[in-house]
Design a protein around this ligand. Structure first.
Ligand code: UDP
Length: 375
Protein backbone atom coordinates (compact mmCIF):
# COMPACT_ATOMS: atom_id res chain seq x y z
CA UNK A 1 0.00 0.00 0.00
CA UNK A 2 1.29 3.47 -0.75
CA UNK A 3 -1.26 5.64 1.02
CA UNK A 4 -3.95 5.43 3.68
CA UNK A 5 -6.95 7.74 3.98
CA UNK A 6 -8.33 7.80 7.53
CA UNK A 7 -11.70 9.28 8.50
CA UNK A 8 -14.42 8.66 11.04
CA UNK A 9 -17.19 11.28 11.01
CA UNK A 10 -19.80 12.74 8.67
CA UNK A 11 -17.98 15.99 7.78
CA UNK A 12 -14.73 14.14 7.11
CA UNK A 13 -16.46 11.77 4.68
CA UNK A 14 -18.20 14.65 2.89
CA UNK A 15 -15.02 16.70 2.47
CA UNK A 16 -12.70 13.80 1.65
CA UNK A 17 -14.92 12.17 -0.97
CA UNK A 18 -14.05 14.50 -3.91
CA UNK A 19 -10.32 14.36 -3.13
CA UNK A 20 -10.25 10.57 -2.74
CA UNK A 21 -12.10 10.19 -6.06
CA UNK A 22 -9.39 12.25 -7.78
CA UNK A 23 -6.55 10.34 -6.09
CA UNK A 24 -8.13 7.05 -7.12
CA UNK A 25 -8.45 8.26 -10.71
CA UNK A 26 -4.70 8.79 -10.73
CA UNK A 27 -3.52 5.73 -8.76
CA UNK A 28 -4.41 2.05 -8.86
CA UNK A 29 -6.96 0.88 -6.28
CA UNK A 30 -4.40 -1.24 -4.37
CA UNK A 31 -2.29 1.86 -3.94
CA UNK A 32 -4.80 3.72 -1.78
CA UNK A 33 -6.53 2.29 1.29
CA UNK A 34 -9.58 4.03 2.78
CA UNK A 35 -10.35 3.24 6.40
CA UNK A 36 -13.26 4.50 8.50
CA UNK A 37 -12.69 4.40 12.26
CA UNK A 38 -16.42 4.43 12.89
CA UNK A 39 -16.13 7.39 15.32
CA UNK A 40 -19.68 8.19 14.17
CA UNK A 41 -21.78 5.11 13.54
CA UNK A 42 -25.41 5.65 12.43
CA UNK A 43 -24.97 9.00 10.69
CA UNK A 44 -21.89 7.71 8.89
CA UNK A 45 -23.82 4.91 7.19
CA UNK A 46 -26.44 7.43 6.09
CA UNK A 47 -23.77 9.85 4.79
CA UNK A 48 -21.82 7.20 2.90
CA UNK A 49 -25.01 6.17 1.10
CA UNK A 50 -25.15 9.68 -0.46
CA UNK A 51 -21.45 9.85 -1.38
CA UNK A 52 -19.15 8.30 -3.93
CA UNK A 53 -16.62 7.05 -1.35
CA UNK A 54 -15.72 3.36 -1.24
CA UNK A 55 -14.45 2.30 2.16
CA UNK A 56 -12.04 -0.65 2.36
CA UNK A 57 -12.47 -1.25 6.06
CA UNK A 58 -14.64 0.02 8.91
CA UNK A 59 -12.99 -0.37 12.31
CA UNK A 60 -16.37 0.18 14.07
CA UNK A 61 -14.76 1.75 17.11
CA UNK A 62 -17.67 3.86 18.37
CA UNK A 63 -18.92 3.14 21.89
CA UNK A 64 -21.75 4.76 23.83
CA UNK A 65 -20.78 7.87 25.83
CA UNK A 66 -17.21 7.75 24.51
CA UNK A 67 -14.79 10.47 25.62
CA UNK A 68 -12.27 12.01 23.19
CA UNK A 69 -9.46 10.35 25.16
CA UNK A 70 -11.00 6.90 24.78
CA UNK A 71 -11.64 7.46 21.08
CA UNK A 72 -8.05 8.57 20.43
CA UNK A 73 -6.68 5.59 22.36
CA UNK A 74 -8.86 3.05 20.55
CA UNK A 75 -8.01 4.51 17.14
CA UNK A 76 -4.25 4.54 17.74
CA UNK A 77 -4.30 0.93 19.01
CA UNK A 78 -6.53 -0.28 16.21
CA UNK A 79 -4.66 1.50 13.38
CA UNK A 80 -1.34 0.23 14.75
CA UNK A 81 -2.55 -3.37 14.95
CA UNK A 82 -4.10 -3.26 11.53
CA UNK A 83 -1.90 -0.97 9.40
CA UNK A 84 1.51 -0.32 11.02
CA UNK A 85 3.09 -3.30 9.27
CA UNK A 86 1.94 -1.97 5.87
CA UNK A 87 4.03 1.18 6.39
CA UNK A 88 2.02 3.54 4.16
CA UNK A 89 4.10 6.24 2.44
CA UNK A 90 1.46 8.80 3.25
CA UNK A 91 -1.54 9.20 5.52
CA UNK A 92 -4.36 11.62 4.66
CA UNK A 93 -6.59 13.10 7.38
CA UNK A 94 -9.21 15.83 7.22
CA UNK A 95 -10.28 18.50 9.68
CA UNK A 96 -10.16 18.48 13.44
CA UNK A 97 -11.72 15.33 14.87
CA UNK A 98 -10.32 12.73 17.26
CA UNK A 99 -9.94 10.49 14.21
CA UNK A 100 -7.95 13.14 12.32
CA UNK A 101 -5.68 13.72 15.31
CA UNK A 102 -5.15 10.02 16.04
CA UNK A 103 -4.65 9.31 12.32
CA UNK A 104 -2.03 12.06 12.05
CA UNK A 105 -0.21 10.76 15.12
CA UNK A 106 -0.29 7.22 13.73
CA UNK A 107 1.14 8.50 10.43
CA UNK A 108 3.80 10.61 12.07
CA UNK A 109 5.01 7.86 14.41
CA UNK A 110 5.07 5.39 11.51
CA UNK A 111 7.19 7.81 9.46
CA UNK A 112 4.50 8.31 6.82
CA UNK A 113 4.07 11.76 5.30
CA UNK A 114 0.99 13.25 6.96
CA UNK A 115 -1.28 15.23 4.62
CA UNK A 116 -3.87 17.48 6.26
CA UNK A 117 -6.95 18.54 4.32
CA UNK A 118 -8.73 21.64 5.68
CA UNK A 119 -5.57 22.83 7.37
CA UNK A 120 -5.17 26.17 9.13
CA UNK A 121 -8.65 26.86 10.54
CA UNK A 122 -8.23 28.58 13.90
CA UNK A 123 -10.15 30.31 16.66
CA UNK A 124 -6.86 30.58 18.60
CA UNK A 125 -8.64 29.32 21.73
CA UNK A 126 -8.05 25.64 22.50
CA UNK A 127 -11.31 25.45 24.46
CA UNK A 128 -13.58 26.80 21.69
CA UNK A 129 -14.39 24.52 19.98
CA UNK A 130 -13.19 21.73 22.28
CA UNK A 131 -11.38 19.49 21.57
CA UNK A 132 -11.29 20.37 17.86
CA UNK A 133 -9.12 23.50 18.09
CA UNK A 134 -6.48 21.55 20.03
CA UNK A 135 -6.64 18.67 17.58
CA UNK A 136 -6.16 20.82 14.49
CA UNK A 137 -3.31 22.82 16.02
CA UNK A 138 -1.54 19.55 16.90
CA UNK A 139 -2.13 18.05 13.45
CA UNK A 140 -0.38 21.10 11.96
CA UNK A 141 2.72 20.21 14.00
CA UNK A 142 2.79 16.71 12.47
CA UNK A 143 1.76 17.29 8.85
CA UNK A 144 4.15 17.55 5.91
CA UNK A 145 1.56 19.06 3.56
CA UNK A 146 -1.14 21.50 4.65
CA UNK A 147 -4.10 21.86 2.27
CA UNK A 148 -5.89 25.06 3.21
CA UNK A 149 -9.49 25.76 2.15
CA UNK A 150 -9.20 29.54 1.97
CA UNK A 151 -6.54 32.26 2.19
CA UNK A 152 -6.98 33.17 5.88
CA UNK A 153 -6.18 29.55 6.82
CA UNK A 154 -2.85 29.90 5.03
CA UNK A 155 -2.15 33.09 6.99
CA UNK A 156 -2.84 31.26 10.25
CA UNK A 157 -0.38 28.51 9.36
CA UNK A 158 2.32 30.99 8.33
CA UNK A 159 1.84 32.83 11.63
CA UNK A 160 2.53 29.54 13.44
CA UNK A 161 5.85 29.20 11.63
CA UNK A 162 4.77 26.57 9.09
CA UNK A 163 6.88 26.91 5.92
CA UNK A 164 5.11 28.48 2.94
CA UNK A 165 6.39 25.65 0.68
CA UNK A 166 4.33 23.07 2.61
CA UNK A 167 1.04 25.01 2.43
CA UNK A 168 -1.29 25.07 -0.54
CA UNK A 169 -4.64 26.85 -0.76
CA UNK A 170 -6.77 24.37 -2.70
CA UNK A 171 -10.30 25.57 -1.92
CA UNK A 172 -13.08 23.94 0.05
CA UNK A 173 -13.74 20.35 -1.08
CA UNK A 174 -17.07 20.55 0.78
CA UNK A 175 -18.45 22.70 -2.02
CA UNK A 176 -17.30 20.45 -4.87
CA UNK A 177 -20.32 18.23 -5.19
CA UNK A 178 -22.86 20.69 -3.81
CA UNK A 179 -24.64 21.67 -7.01
CA UNK A 180 -24.80 18.07 -8.28
CA UNK A 181 -26.22 16.94 -4.93
CA UNK A 182 -28.86 19.67 -5.03
CA UNK A 183 -29.76 18.75 -8.59
CA UNK A 184 -30.57 15.21 -7.37
CA UNK A 185 -33.47 16.64 -5.39
CA UNK A 186 -34.51 19.58 -7.50
CA UNK A 187 -37.15 17.53 -9.28
CA UNK A 188 -38.66 16.23 -6.01
CA UNK A 189 -41.49 18.09 -4.41
CA UNK A 190 -40.46 19.72 -1.16
CA UNK A 191 -43.39 18.37 0.82
CA UNK A 192 -41.11 17.09 3.53
CA UNK A 193 -40.00 20.66 4.37
CA UNK A 194 -42.07 22.74 6.82
CA UNK A 195 -44.70 25.01 5.25
CA UNK A 196 -43.74 28.68 4.87
CA UNK A 197 -40.70 30.30 6.46
CA UNK A 198 -38.65 28.04 8.66
CA UNK A 199 -35.46 28.11 10.69
CA UNK A 200 -33.06 25.20 10.28
CA UNK A 201 -31.38 24.25 13.57
CA UNK A 202 -28.40 21.94 14.18
CA UNK A 203 -26.59 21.60 17.48
CA UNK A 204 -23.95 19.05 18.42
CA UNK A 205 -20.81 20.63 19.91
CA UNK A 206 -19.60 18.84 23.00
CA UNK A 207 -18.84 22.07 24.89
CA UNK A 208 -22.39 23.34 24.28
CA UNK A 209 -24.28 20.33 25.64
CA UNK A 210 -25.94 21.10 29.01
CA UNK A 211 -26.77 24.63 30.23
CA UNK A 212 -25.73 26.34 26.97
CA UNK A 213 -27.98 24.11 24.87
CA UNK A 214 -30.88 24.65 27.29
CA UNK A 215 -30.34 28.43 27.08
CA UNK A 216 -30.35 28.16 23.28
CA UNK A 217 -33.66 26.29 23.38
CA UNK A 218 -35.16 29.04 25.54
CA UNK A 219 -34.03 31.62 22.97
CA UNK A 220 -35.63 29.55 20.21
CA UNK A 221 -38.90 29.57 22.17
CA UNK A 222 -38.68 33.40 22.23
CA UNK A 223 -38.10 33.43 18.46
CA UNK A 224 -41.24 31.31 17.95
CA UNK A 225 -43.19 33.75 20.15
CA UNK A 226 -41.83 36.81 18.31
CA UNK A 227 -42.55 35.42 14.83
CA UNK A 228 -45.84 33.48 14.92
CA UNK A 229 -45.54 32.38 11.25
CA UNK A 230 -42.06 30.95 11.62
CA UNK A 231 -41.45 27.21 12.04
CA UNK A 232 -38.38 25.25 13.09
CA UNK A 233 -36.84 22.23 11.39
CA UNK A 234 -34.28 20.57 13.67
CA UNK A 235 -32.60 17.36 12.44
CA UNK A 236 -31.45 16.20 15.87
CA UNK A 237 -27.94 14.83 16.32
CA UNK A 238 -27.95 11.24 17.67
CA UNK A 239 -26.06 12.23 20.84
CA UNK A 240 -28.55 11.18 23.60
CA UNK A 241 -27.95 14.37 25.60
CA UNK A 242 -28.77 16.57 22.60
CA UNK A 243 -31.84 14.48 21.86
CA UNK A 244 -33.21 14.63 25.38
CA UNK A 245 -32.83 18.44 25.55
CA UNK A 246 -34.41 18.97 22.11
CA UNK A 247 -37.38 16.72 22.93
CA UNK A 248 -37.77 18.18 26.44
CA UNK A 249 -38.25 21.69 24.98
CA UNK A 250 -39.99 20.96 21.69
CA UNK A 251 -41.37 17.40 21.82
CA UNK A 252 -44.92 18.75 22.30
CA UNK A 253 -44.62 21.70 19.88
CA UNK A 254 -45.33 19.67 16.74
CA UNK A 255 -47.47 22.50 15.35
CA UNK A 256 -44.39 24.70 14.98
CA UNK A 257 -41.31 22.51 15.44
CA UNK A 258 -40.32 19.52 13.34
CA UNK A 259 -37.74 17.41 15.21
CA UNK A 260 -36.37 14.90 12.72
CA UNK A 261 -33.62 12.33 12.49
CA UNK A 262 -30.43 13.67 10.84
CA UNK A 263 -31.17 14.32 7.17
CA UNK A 264 -29.22 12.64 4.43
CA UNK A 265 -26.68 14.99 2.87
CA UNK A 266 -28.58 16.05 -0.29
CA UNK A 267 -31.73 16.69 1.73
CA UNK A 268 -29.80 18.65 4.31
CA UNK A 269 -28.29 20.85 1.58
CA UNK A 270 -31.77 21.39 0.23
CA UNK A 271 -33.02 22.40 3.69
CA UNK A 272 -30.12 24.86 4.11
CA UNK A 273 -30.99 26.51 0.82
CA UNK A 274 -34.72 26.67 1.57
CA UNK A 275 -34.42 27.91 5.18
CA UNK A 276 -35.07 31.54 6.10
CA UNK A 277 -31.91 31.32 8.23
CA UNK A 278 -29.90 28.72 10.12
CA UNK A 279 -29.10 28.44 13.82
CA UNK A 280 -26.12 26.15 14.35
CA UNK A 281 -22.93 25.41 16.27
CA UNK A 282 -21.51 23.43 13.32
CA UNK A 283 -18.41 24.37 11.37
CA UNK A 284 -19.32 22.97 7.96
CA UNK A 285 -22.84 24.35 8.09
CA UNK A 286 -21.44 27.90 8.34
CA UNK A 287 -19.66 27.32 5.03
CA UNK A 288 -22.46 25.52 3.22
CA UNK A 289 -25.47 27.60 4.24
CA UNK A 290 -23.68 30.89 3.56
CA UNK A 291 -22.57 29.56 0.15
CA UNK A 292 -26.20 28.73 -0.60
CA UNK A 293 -27.30 32.27 0.30
CA UNK A 294 -28.72 31.49 3.75
CA UNK A 295 -27.45 33.36 6.80
CA UNK A 296 -26.31 31.55 9.93
CA UNK A 297 -26.55 32.49 13.60
CA UNK A 298 -23.46 30.76 15.03
CA UNK A 299 -24.18 29.45 18.52
CA UNK A 300 -20.57 29.66 19.65
CA UNK A 301 -18.17 32.12 21.23
CA UNK A 302 -15.73 32.07 18.32
CA UNK A 303 -15.52 30.96 14.73
CA UNK A 304 -12.67 29.76 12.52
CA UNK A 305 -14.48 31.10 9.45
CA UNK A 306 -14.21 34.89 10.02
CA UNK A 307 -14.59 35.86 6.36
CA UNK A 308 -18.25 34.82 6.32
CA UNK A 309 -18.83 36.95 9.44
CA UNK A 310 -17.11 39.95 7.81
CA UNK A 311 -19.31 39.50 4.75
CA UNK A 312 -22.44 39.63 6.93
CA UNK A 313 -23.45 36.05 6.09
CA UNK A 314 -22.85 34.56 9.50
CA UNK A 315 -23.02 36.07 12.95
CA UNK A 316 -21.73 34.86 16.32
CA UNK A 317 -24.59 34.91 18.85
CA UNK A 318 -22.68 33.35 21.80
CA UNK A 319 -22.70 29.76 22.98
CA UNK A 320 -25.82 30.42 25.09
CA UNK A 321 -27.49 32.13 22.09
CA UNK A 322 -27.90 35.38 24.08
CA UNK A 323 -27.48 37.35 20.84
CA UNK A 324 -29.94 35.26 18.85
CA UNK A 325 -33.02 37.48 19.15
CA UNK A 326 -31.14 40.53 17.80
CA UNK A 327 -29.58 38.52 14.97
CA UNK A 328 -32.95 37.07 13.97
CA UNK A 329 -34.57 40.51 13.96
CA UNK A 330 -31.90 41.59 11.46
CA UNK A 331 -32.15 38.43 9.37
CA UNK A 332 -35.94 38.83 9.15
CA UNK A 333 -35.75 42.53 8.26
CA UNK A 334 -32.95 42.60 5.66
CA UNK A 335 -32.33 40.57 2.50
CA UNK A 336 -29.15 38.56 1.90
CA UNK A 337 -26.63 40.40 -0.25
CA UNK A 338 -25.92 38.24 -3.35
CA UNK A 339 -22.54 39.96 -3.87
CA UNK A 340 -21.44 38.78 -0.41
CA UNK A 341 -22.53 35.23 -1.21
CA UNK A 342 -20.56 35.34 -4.47
CA UNK A 343 -17.51 36.66 -2.65
CA UNK A 344 -17.75 33.93 0.01
CA UNK A 345 -18.01 31.26 -2.68
CA UNK A 346 -15.03 32.72 -4.54
CA UNK A 347 -12.91 32.63 -1.37
CA UNK A 348 -13.51 28.87 -1.23
CA UNK A 349 -12.21 28.13 -4.71
CA UNK A 350 -13.77 27.19 -8.01
CA UNK A 351 -15.62 23.98 -7.08
CA UNK A 352 -12.70 21.74 -8.08
CA UNK A 353 -10.92 21.69 -4.75
CA UNK A 354 -10.83 17.87 -4.61
CA UNK A 355 -8.84 17.75 -7.84
CA UNK A 356 -6.46 20.49 -6.69
CA UNK A 357 -5.94 18.78 -3.32
CA UNK A 358 -5.27 15.40 -4.95
CA UNK A 359 -2.78 16.96 -7.39
CA UNK A 360 -0.94 18.62 -4.49
CA UNK A 361 -0.79 15.32 -2.59
CA UNK A 362 0.51 13.36 -5.57
CA UNK A 363 3.16 15.98 -6.28
CA UNK A 364 4.31 15.95 -2.67
CA UNK A 365 4.59 12.15 -2.65
CA UNK A 366 6.54 12.14 -5.93
CA UNK A 367 8.94 14.78 -4.59
CA UNK A 368 9.42 12.83 -1.34
CA UNK A 369 10.15 9.66 -3.32
CA UNK A 370 12.67 11.48 -5.50
CA UNK A 371 14.41 12.83 -2.39
CA UNK A 372 14.52 9.31 -0.83
CA UNK A 373 15.96 7.82 -4.02
CA UNK A 374 18.70 10.45 -4.16
CA UNK A 375 19.63 9.86 -0.49
N1 UDP B 1 -25.20 17.30 7.64
C1 UDP B 1 -26.03 16.32 7.07
N2 UDP B 1 -27.23 16.05 7.68
C2 UDP B 1 -27.66 16.68 8.82
C3 UDP B 1 -26.81 17.66 9.39
C4 UDP B 1 -25.59 17.95 8.78
O1 UDP B 1 -25.68 15.73 6.04
O2 UDP B 1 -28.76 16.37 9.30
C5 UDP B 1 -23.91 17.60 6.99
C6 UDP B 1 -23.78 19.04 6.54
O3 UDP B 1 -24.29 19.20 5.23
C7 UDP B 1 -22.28 19.29 6.61
C8 UDP B 1 -21.82 18.35 7.70
O4 UDP B 1 -22.88 17.44 7.94
O5 UDP B 1 -21.64 18.94 5.40
C9 UDP B 1 -21.50 19.12 8.95
O6 UDP B 1 -21.19 18.21 9.92
P1 UDP B 1 -21.27 18.52 11.47
O7 UDP B 1 -22.13 19.71 11.71
O8 UDP B 1 -21.64 17.24 12.12
O9 UDP B 1 -19.75 18.78 11.85
P2 UDP B 1 -18.79 20.05 11.78
O10 UDP B 1 -18.85 20.62 10.40
O11 UDP B 1 -19.21 21.00 12.86
O12 UDP B 1 -17.43 19.49 12.06
Amino acid sequence: MSGLVIFGTRPEAIKLAPMVASIRDARSAEDVGVVCTGQHAEIMTQTLNSLDLDVDENLNLMQRDQTPMEVVERIIVSLTERYASERPDWVLVQGDTATAFAGALFGYLGESTVIHLEAGLRTHDIHEPWPEEGFRQEIARLAGLHLAPFPCARENLLAEGIGAESIQVVGNTGLDGQQAMLAQLDGDDAAWLPDGDFVLVTMHRRENIGPRLEATCRQLVTILDNYPDLRILWPVHPNPKVRSTAFQFFGDRKDRVMLSEPLDYPKFLHAQRAAKFVVSDSGGVQEEAASLGTRVAIVREKTERPDAVDLGLTRIVSADASGLVDAVNDFMATPVDPASVAEWRALQGDGNAGEAAAAALLKKIENDQAVRQRA
